[in-house]
Design a protein around this ligand. Structure first.
Ligand code: SAH
Length: 438
C-alpha cells in the first residue's frame, strides 16, 4: 500500500535529487540511471524506487490533487495544540509550550517527567503536543509497510519471544524463497505496497544466498523498498543483502539496558546487536529499530534510554511496542504494560526526534489496545504495518498470543486502515522528509 504520489524531479546532484509534490519539496537518493529533471518518480523512505511515465503520473496526480488538500486540511484541524490559559504556569504546560514552539532542547529530566505522567488529562495533553509536532514537521503522510513473516524457526532463545527455540509448542513453518518472492510481488503488484519488510526468526535453513535470492528476485520483478529482518546475519551477510537490493534493516535492539539485554538473551550481547545496526547504517541501509516497552525489570529511565539510542542510531523509523507475555516462555507470568505507557513512549519519541522520525504503531500495540492505530497516530506516530503473511501461516507466527487482525482478510485490513487514515486526515503515502528540514 503506501499509495505513492508521483513526484516531479526538480534538481539532480549526483545521487541526491529534489522532488516536488504539489509544491512541497523533498529530498531522495536516486539509483536509477538516466533520470532527468522534469521526470516523474515514486519515492519511498527517501529512495527513488521507480520512474513513472508522464501520462500515468498526470493521471495519478489528478486523482490525488483534491483529496491531498482535503486530507491536509482535516489533519491541520485535528492536530492543533490548545493552549490552556487556566493552567498556564504549571510544569507540564511550561514544558509543552516550549516543545511546540521548538524553542530549545528538552532536558532529559523533563523527558522523564513526561514519561512519568499518570493523569489521563495530562497524558492527553502530551499526546496532543506530539501530534502537533508530527504535523508541523512531517505533514500528514503516513507510510504503510507490508510485512511478510516467512519462517517461524529461530535458533535464538529470547526470554520474551513466542517463536524462540525454547518454545516447543510451536507449529513450525518455512516459506520457500519462491513463495516469498511470489507473495511480495503480489503485494506490490496487486495491492500497491511500495515498502516491504521480510521477517523471520534466525533460521539457519536460509543461507545468505537464499536470502539474497529472495531480495533480488523481488527487485528484478517489481519496484519496492525492501527491508530485511532476519536477526543477526553477520556483517558480510548484510553487505551481500544490500548488494542484492535490500535498502532497509528492521532490527530492534530490544532494550538499551545491557544488563537486562543479557538476562533476556542468554549468551548474547547488546554490543553485537548495535554493531550490526551501526554497520548497516554505514552501508547505506535505512534502519527501523527500537525496543520493547514494559519488560519485567525495565524502568522508565530505560525507556528514555531506548528512545535516545534509537535517535543516536539515526533510525529512519522508531519501532516501540509493548511486551506481551507468551505462555510458552519463561516470562509467561509477567504482565503487559498499560496502553498509556506505549502512548507516552511514542509521544516522547516524537518530541526527541521531532523533525525526522517515522514512528510506527506496532501490531503488538494493536494487540494490547483495540484503538491503538487512532490513538498512536494521534500521539506522534506516522506509520503502520500490515502483515501480508499467508493467513494459515500468520496464525503460527506467534511472537505473542492473540495477535491483532488474525481473522481479517487483507482487503478488510486495508479498507479499515484507509478509513482510519481518512478520518484523521492522513495520506497513505511516504513523501519523505522535507528538503528544508535539518
Ligand atoms: N529475528 C528477527 C525478528 C525478531 S521477532 C530479529 O532478530 O530481529 C520481531 C520482534 O518481535 C522482536 O524484535 C521483538 O521485539 C518482538 N517480540 C518478540 N516477542 C514479543 C512479545 N512477547 N511481545 C511483544 N513483542 C515481541
Amino acid at each position: 500500500m503506501c499509495y505513492s504520489i508521483p513526484g516531479r524531479v526538480v534538481s539532480i546532484d549526483g545521487r541526491t535529487i529534489i522532488i516536488d509534490y504539489f509544491g512541497e519539496q523533498r529530498r531522495a537518493v536516486n539509483e536509477i540511471s538516466n533520470l532527468k529533471v522534469g521526470d516523474y518518480i515514486y519515492a519511498q523512505g527517501g529512495y527513488v524506487i521507480d520512474a513513472v511515465p508522464d501520462a500515468e503520473a498526470q493521471e495519478v496526480l489528478a486523482l490525488w490533487k483534491e483529496l491531498f488538500f482535503e486530507l491536509q486540511e482535516r489533519d491541520q484541524h485535528l492536530s492543533g495544540f490548545k493552549r490552556m490559559d487556566k493552567r498556564a504556569g504549571d510544569r507540564l504546560s511550561l514544558i509543552l509550550e516550549r516543545i511546540v514552539a521548538d524553542e530549545e532542547e528538552v532536558a532529559e529530566e523533563e523527558l522523564l517527567y513526561l514519561l512519568n505522567l499518570e493523569g489521563k488529562e495530562d497524558i492527553a495533553r502530551l499526546m496532543q503536543a506530539a501530534n502537533y509536532l508530527r504535523h508541523k514537521h512531517l505533514g500528514n503522510s503516513c507510510c504503510i509497510h507490508g510485512i511478510i513473516e516467512f519462517s517461524n524457526y529461530c535458533r535464538q532463545s529470547c526470554g520474551y519471544c513466542g517463536i524462540s527455540a525454547r518454545n516447543k509448542g510451536l507449529k513450525p513453518y518455512r516459506m520457500t524463497p519462491e513463495e516469498v518472492v511470489k507473495a511480495a510481488c503480489e503485494a506490490i503488484d496487486k495491492y500497491g505496497f511500495k515498502a516491504l519488510v521480510l521477517q523471520s526468526g534466525e533460521d539457519s535453513a536460509y543461507s545468505i544466498d537464499n536470502l539474497c535470492q529472495i531480495v533480488s528476485g523481488i527487485r528484478e520483478r517489481e519496484p519496492a523498498l525492501i527491508f530485511v529482518s532476519c536477526g543477526e546475519v553477520g556483517l558480510p551477510g548484510l553487505q551481500r543483502l544490500y548488494e542484492a537490493g535490500a535498502r532497509g534493516l528492521l532490527m530492534r535492539f530490544e532494550t538499551s539496558n545491557s544488563r537486562l539485554y543479557e538476562q533476556l538473551h542468554p549468551g548474547r550481547r547488546l554490543d553485537s546487536r548495535l554493531e550490526h545496526l551501526r554497520a548497516a547504517f554505514d552501508m547505506g541501509y535505512l534502519l527501523i529499530t527500537g525496543g520493547l516497552i514494559g519488560l519485567p525489570g525495565q524502568t522508565r529511565e530505560d525507556i528514555l534510554g531506548d528512545i535516545s539510542l534509537t535517535k543516536s542510531l539515526q533510525a529512519e523509523m522508531y519501532s516501540f511496542g509493548p511486551f506481551i507475555p507468551h505462555p510458552g516462555t519463561p516470562l509467561a507470568n509477567s504482565h503487559s504494560p498499560a496502553a498509556a505507557e506505549v502512548l507516552k513512549a511514542l509521544a516522547v519519541a516524537r518530541i526527541v526526534d521531532a523533525r525526522n522520525a517515522k514512528i510506527v504503531v506496532t501490531t503488538s500495540f494493536e494487540t494490547l489496545e483495540k484503538d491503538a492505530r487512532r490513538q498512536g497516530l494521534s500521539a506522534g506516530a506516522n506509520s503502520v504495518m500490515i502483515s501480508l503473511t499467508p493467513d494459515a501461516l500468520r496464525r503460527e507466527y506467534t511472537l505473542y498470543p492473540d495477535r491483532a487482525h488474525l481473522n481479517e482478510s487483507l482487503e478488510n485490513q486495508i479498507s479499515d486502515l484507509l478509513e482510519i487514515l481518512s478520518d484523521l486526515g492522513r495520506a497513505p503515502t511516504d513523501i519523505g522528509v522535507s528538503h528544508t528540514a535539518s
